[in-house]
Design a protein around this ligand. Structure first.
Ligand code: FAD
Ligand code: AMP
Length: 471
């Protein structure tokens, strides 16, 4: 039996980062992953690299260009005729991006001398793990510490089975080879909106059915209301208060029965994407063998040091629930490695940024104005629209706004919310500000380059004190 100081199960963004950091800190590390790509080859990087963050952004970027060429190029004096969209080439580029990055993870693990096992891991009890290797043989490993980073997989609704032909999960939605005439999506969460944007830009009529009464409830209401308006204008037909009850496939049509405020409705589409959230990926780990407990939804329970109910066995990333985001998992991986090495490790979960990669992008960190009210925190807000920024006009991209929420009493920044071009990049300033416990006044006094979109943060900070200059 091979002995390791740390065994990491899963090579997604939580697992591979943890494995590399453990190796950097001098541990002897094994990392086990069972993922195989469409060509039947082992592929590292987990959901994020193979079927999540990266391929979705590759398609969002490609289709953003299509949208620009069709809708905006003319305004820049660019006359485009005979534009053709070649979906197989677009998909091939996406696959190449994935391949480059998954290979990159393999070489990073190799460079850091992490032993990689391609296969499925399960607990044998104690500190032992059995690996059923993809090549057909098996291995048993013993670890002083074992880290579970087995991630998540798409959920579905009772009675709806995914065939990835007509009823698709997020992976199926990323791999369509033709533009569906009418695309139904269940769930107006991050994945539903991103996939809806991709296929809408390519010409699908997109109808999104969402059970909740409120659009993007985790976002600040000023931002979510404006986002709903802009996405609606782009052609996304987002229907709230719609609870899907039944789905029937007949021939090349999918019939979706749903209730709208209690009344029965029927929607017929050519393809349906089920984007109703994700669940923990633990099915073949045999957690019981190591006495590892899960909560009612199946997520592994841990304490604040990521330890499970079993001593020296830890869990990080999507498999523990919370914010199911790649960067949250990676930070947990890094912090756990440092904790195992006896260092101080801490994550400020209040400063984890969220991004929805629609266009305009939607990004936020920290508290919304509504949460502050709910929690009894007295706050001030400052807003600033993109249409008041010179750079946004130069870019011909003026939709959206910045909003900063700060504490009434001491001006400390509690949250920032951005709807606009490059919000995913702009939010970083707010993360730095929150991690550094800065006040709105600090941002208001920092020099921001002109002309740049970041001036919007500056002006929103000034606006918390009613002294914005350009609006
Ligand atoms: P995963 O990435 O799921 O990796 C877990 C790994 O464990 C997998 O490789 C799996 O093969 C392996 N594994 C599981 N069980 C075993 C076993 N028994 N033995 C061996 N190996 C095992 N997040 C963002 O932050 N930004 C985004 O833009 C974003 N976009 C997304 C778009 C889509 C379409 C989807 C589906 C997700 C997106 N996410 C995004 C979420 C992000 O992908 C996840 O939060 C992230 O991948 C979680 O990382 P993880 O390491 O915890 O798990
Ligand atoms: P996320 O958790 O970001 O992946 O988003 C999933 C979305 O799907 C949430 O907004 C849920 O409210 C929504 N959802 C879940 N079940 C249903 C259902 N039966 N019908 C419509 N929407 C649903």
């Amino acid at each position: 039996m091979q002995q390791y100081q740390v065994i990491v199960i899963g090579a997604g963004p939580a697992g591979y980062v943890c494995a590399i950091r453990c190796a950097q800190l001098g541990f002897k590390v094994a990392c086990i992953d069972k993922w195989v790509n469409a060509r039947g080859k082992p592929a590292l990087g987990g959901t994020c690299l193979n079927v999540g963050c990266i391929p979705s952004k590759a398609l969002l970027d490609s289709t953003h260009h299509v949208h620009f060429l069709r809708q905006h190029a003319g305004r820049h004096g660019l006359k485009i005729s005979g534009l053709e969209v070649d979906i197989p080439t677009m998909q091939k580029r996406k696959d190449k991006v994935v391949q480059t990055l998954t290979r990159g993870v393999a070489s990073l693990l190799k460079k850091n001398k992490v032993d990689v096992f391609a296969g499925a891991a399960r607990f044998l009890g104690g500190q032992q793990v059995h690996v059923e290797q993809l090549e057909g043989t098996s291995q048993q490993l013993q670890g002083e510490h074992i880290v579970i980073a087995s991630g998540s997989k798409p959920s579905t609704l009772p009675g709806i089975s995914i065939d990835n032909e007509q009823v698709l999960d997020s992976t199926g939605a990323l791999n369509l080879r033709e533009v569906p005439e009418r695309l139904g999506i269940i769930g107006a969460g991050v994945i539903g909106l991103e996939m809806g944007s991709v296929w809408n830009r390519l010409g699908s009529e997109v109808i999104i059915l969402e059970a909740l009464p409120e659009f993007l409830p985790a976002a600040d209401h000023t931002v979510s209301k404006e986002a709903a308006r802009i996405l609606g204008k782009q052609g996304l037909d987002i229907r709230m208060n719609c609870r899907v009850e039944e789905v029937q496939v007949s021939g090349d049509k999918v019939a979706v029965s749903y209730s709208l405020n209690g009344a029965g409705q029927l929607l017929e589409v050519s393809k349906l994407v089920v984007a109703v959230g994700r669940m923990a990926n633990t099915e073949d780990l045999d957690l019981d063998a190591a006495n590892i407990e899960t909560d009612q939804k199946g997520f592994i329970e841990t304490d604040e040091r990521w330890q499970t109910s079993a001593e020296n066995i830890y869990a990080i990333g999507d498999v523990v629930g919370g914010a199911m985001l790649a960067h949250k998992g990676s930070e947990e991986g890094m912090a756990l490695a440092e904790q195992l090495a006896g260092q101080h490790a801490h994550i400020n979960y209040d400063a984890v940024p969220w991004v929805v990669y629609t266009w305009p992008e939607i990004a936020w960190v920290g508290k919304t104005e509504q949460q502050c009210k709910h929690d009894g925190i007295s706050c001030r807000t400052g807003e600033f629209p993109f249409r008041a920024l010179g750079r946004a006009h130069a870019m011909d991209d003026t939709d959206g706004l910045f909003k900063i929420v700060c504490e009434q009493e001491n001006d400390r920044i509690l949250g920032a919310h951005i709807l606009g071009p490059n919000a995913s990049e702009l939010i970083c300033e707010a993360v730095v500000a929150m991690e550094s416990e800065l006040c709105a006044e600090d941002l208001a006094r920092m020099v921001h380059a002109h002309p740049s979109l970041s001036e919007g943060m500056h002006e929103a900070a000034l606006a918390t004190d009613r002294r914005a200059i350009h609006f």
